[in-house]
Design a protein around this ligand. Structure first.
Ligand code: SAM
Ligand code: SF4
Length: 331
């Protein structure tokens, strides 16, 4: 099957796969995991690199062109870089991007360049060392900030992901927006979602993307700029800035109508929406010796049964379950 175009049952073309390499992480971000961490999957429950390579090759045959490597923290998995070199050879794959917390990343930047990675998303929720420690429960701000400087120096298209959390980092919105004045980075403010690995039966959204924009406009004029096709962020520029700012309506979900992405979790489940709590178990199909064609057909069927949007997907959740940790889904 040569580069068949994947289109879901709502007519949305699918060409973007988010690949969670691991559920393990070296931070304990408040909004993603409980303090004691999550119960990690046993090693044999994670896809092997060989299994991921096979699945990526099948996905690319079906029309996936872009992959984002995520996790957990991708760089905590041993031998990630050799895997990325191999992945870059996949026929049909045009773009590999990475989302990372920046703790182990800096030593691999030359490799990432060589592999052809152009864009790196760095998670950084504050520019204050103490608040960094409160939010991530680790005292590692300096290392992450150094990674940010190195990413920019190496010429990566660098995006900062800041999850906006009332009571935790509202005071960081303006300094973070100001970073785009002097650095060629895209600072993206993300609405907090309930995926924190514990029971959040009830979840109120305190800071929507429109409220975040209003907050930035208290200090800086913002010009709307054109968003890349299928972008989840809505982008603005502070006049005269080197970079830009964006808001991601991750909870209010205004972008579902043009969603072009699917996710593969670290345990090999295909999730066709972030808000759905179950998906197609591709690992079992792989380990049951199904052929590439059978696996392709199962993927096509799953994409033909996609929820219309994140609200519909959320209704399908089993609310007796905890909200998962984002580190098992990949964000
Ligand atoms: N460990 C890497 C990192 O933090 O960049 C990659 C995995 S992390 C799960 C991917 C993205 O999801 C990060 O940008 C993180 O900020 C975001 N994220 C995690 N939990 C979230 C939540 N509850 N609401 C909104 N974004 C979240
Ligand atoms: Fe780890 Fe990323 Fe989750 Fe933070 S957001 S705990 S860095 S996986």
């Amino acid at each position: 099957m040569a580069h068949q175009k994947l289109v879901d049952n709502w007519g949305r073309p699918i060409n973007y796969l988010r690949l969670a390499i691991t559920d393990r992480c070296n931070l304990r971000c408040f909004y993603c995991m409980p303090e004691e961490g999550i119960k990690y999957l046993p090693k044999q429950a994670l896809l092997t690199y060989e299994e991921m390579e096979r699945l990526v090759s099948i996905f690319c045959q079906l029309g996936i062109e872009k992959i984002r490597i995520t996790g957990g923290e991708p760089f905590v998995r041993k031998d990630l870089v050799p895997f990325l070199y191999r992945l870059a050879e996949t026929e049909g794959l045009q773009t590999i991007n990475i989302t990372t917390n920046g703790l182990l990343t800096a030593q691999y930047l030359d490799d990432l360049k060589q592999i052809g990675v152009k864009s790196v998303n760095l998670s950084l929720d504050t520019l204050d060392q103490d608040r960094f420690k409160q939010i991530t429960r680790r005292d590692e701000f300096e290392k992450v900030y150094e990674t940010l400087i190195k990413l920019v120096d190496h010429g990566f298209d660098t995006k900062i992901n800041m999850v906006v959390m009332p009571g935790k980092n509202i005071e960081d919105i303006l300094p973070m927006a100001a970073l785009s004045l002097k650095m060629p980075v895209s600072v993206r403010f993300i609405e907090e979602m309930p995926f924190n690995g514990s029971t959040t039966d009830h979840y109120d959204l305190p800071w929507s993307s429109s409220r975040i924009i209003k907050e930035i406009e208290k200090e800086f004029p913002l010009q709307k700029i054109t968003d890349p096709k299928h972008a989840t962020a809505s982008h603005y520029k502070i006049p005269g800035s080197l970079g830009n700012v964006g808001v991601i309506a991750a909870y209010t979900r205004t972008f579902c109508g043009s969603c072009n992405r699917v996710r593969l979790t670290a345990q090999g489940e295909l999730r066709t929406c972030l808000y759905a709590n179950h998906g197609l178990d591709l690992k079992t199909l792989l380990r049951a010796d199904q052929s590439d064609q059978e696996i392709s057909q199962a993927i096509i069927n799953a994409i033909n049964n996609r929820h219309k949007d994140g609200f519909e997907a959320e209704k399908s959740r089993n609310f007796s379950d905890n909200w998962e940790s984002m580190s098992t889904i990949g964000g």
